[in-house]
Design a binder for this molecule. Structure first.
Ligand SMILES: Nc1nc2c(ncn2[C@@H]2O[C@H](COP(=O)(O)OP(=O)(O)O)[C@@H](O)[C@H]2O)c(=O)[nH]1
Ligand SMILES: [Mg+2]
Length: 191
């Protein structure tokens, strides 16, 4: 427990352009939502400190660009990551189908384990669902991923999703303690 207190956990938020990654991160960090946010052109890191149970955790959250033009160009971004949110939009079947590629991309980038969480965003648009939630649940089970539906717009379960992912990362890191050694909070330059 003691050993984990000053550790930072690097989390990547990936998925197609337009699924809501930037707003998910904004909701988690500042409880804000911006429907007119500019599209993300390069990966941006944000540092956020929070308590998870009795642990003080520093999350290094990376908002990334989406879109096919960026798939496969995430080279190096997964370095040091302990968790990843793979985000689709519940109203877009295409964004869900592309999760397979985001997952492959992640596995190609890293040989060792990263805790993966499948995240269906925009669950406020329940009447515009492009496919049943069961399809996503099934995909998550088959691929050994955590799964959650959230809404950045309404704030539904955004915090809970990050905390759940970080909690799993803490648990995994504490049982593989060497994997956290290179990202102590002292190695960060921004906050
Ligand atoms: N209805 C709804 N729209 C959302 C939600 N999250 C994001 N959006 C909208 O989806 C669009 C893309 O959001 P953005 O965060 O820029 O997506 P990104 O390209 O993945 O970073 C914007 O117009 C947002 O207003 C959500 O939870 N519900
Ligand atoms: Mg963005």
């Amino acid at each position: 427990m003691e050993e984990l207190e000053n550790h930072a956990l690097k989390i990547l938020v990936v998925g197609d352009s337009g699924v809501g990654k930037t707003n998910i991160v904004g909701r988690f960090l500042h409880n804000t939502y911006n429907p007119h946010a500019n599209s993300t052109t390069h990966a941006q890191q944000h540092i956020h400190t929070l308590n998870i149970g009795r642990r003080k955790v520093t999350a290094q959250v990376w908002d990334t660009p989406g879109g096919e033009e960026h798939m496969g160009t995430m080279s190096g971004l997964y370095e040091g990551a302990v968790g990843a949110m793979l985000v689709y939009d519940v109203t877009s079947a295409q964004s869900f189908q592309n999760i397979t590629e985001w997952l492959e991309d992640m596995k190609e980038e890293r040989d060792d384990y990263i805790v993966p969480m499948l995240v269906g965003n925009k669950c406020d648009l329940d009447n515009q669902r492009a496919f049943p939630v069961f399809d996503a649940e099934f995909f998550a089970i088959r691929n050994d991923m955590l799964f959650m539906e959230i809404s950045a717009l309404e704030g539904t379960d955004v915090d809970f999703a990050f905390k759940t992912l970080l909690n799993h990362c803490c648990r995994y890191s504490s049982s593989h303690s060497t994997s956290t050694k290179s990202f102590t909070s002292s190695s960060f330059t921004s906050s």
